[in-house]
Design a protein around this ligand. Structure first.
Ligand code: ZN
Length: 183
């Protein structure tokens, strides 16, 4: 859960990062940046700011802004019915990001969120700078952590069903609840 004020402040910070990356969003679009806290209520530690350019029942294109040190929690995209699951290509647009996935433990720059060791199991780290691109297959676990300046990533994928994604942390709820500030 986050407050409306927190949501606006994180949207503004993300919008400035999209500006820095040279990604144009209209004033109306800036107000539609999704602030995800994954139900954990500590969005600057674990969260993401996401703008969806397009999302149909077949494909999607998004941009993700991560604040300095912010972690997008470990998840995977499971099969749904006859669909084998979301295939996702991530490309760094700005800043530095540590991308961790299934594979041998090479964790060195990324820092597992304090006290969350058991729910960050994918520890094969790759450092993304602008232009680094990688595709995740369905079922492949991955999590992202921005470096000290933050990071902006493109995400291109087949059909998105965020609510059905798997998260290693059982405390996660994918839908962010926003509470109104008291007057
Ligand atoms: Zn993903």
């Amino acid at each position: 859960m986050i407050t409306r004020r927190q949501c606006r402040s994180l949207q503004e910070r993300a919008a400035r990062m999209f500006d820095a990356a040279g990604i144009y969003l209209s004033p109306e679009e800036r107000g539609r940046i999704e602030v995800a806290d994954f139900g954990l209520g500590q969005p600057e530690a674990e969260g993401a700011q996401i703008f969806t350019f397009v999302q149909t029942d077949r494909y999607a294109a998004k941009v993700i802004a991560l604040l300095p040190g912010q972690t997008l929690p470990e998840h995977w995209h499971p099969p749904v019915g006859s669909d084998p699951g979301k295939q996702e290509t991530v490309r760094a647009a700005w800043g530095r990001c540590y991308v961790c996935a299934d594979g041998p433990d090479t964790l060195s720059q990324a820092r597992v969120v304090p006290a969350k060791g058991p729910v960050y199991t994918a520890r094969c780290e790759q450092v993304f700078d602008a232009g680094t691109t990688r595709t995740f297959e369905p079922g492949e676990k991955h999590w992202f952590q921005a470096g000290p300046e933050g990071a902006v990533l493109y995400s291109f994928s087949s059909v998105v069903r965020d609510a059905l994604d798997g998260f290693t942390d059982p405390a996660i709820e994918r839908t962010t609840r926003i509470v109104e500030d008291r007057a």
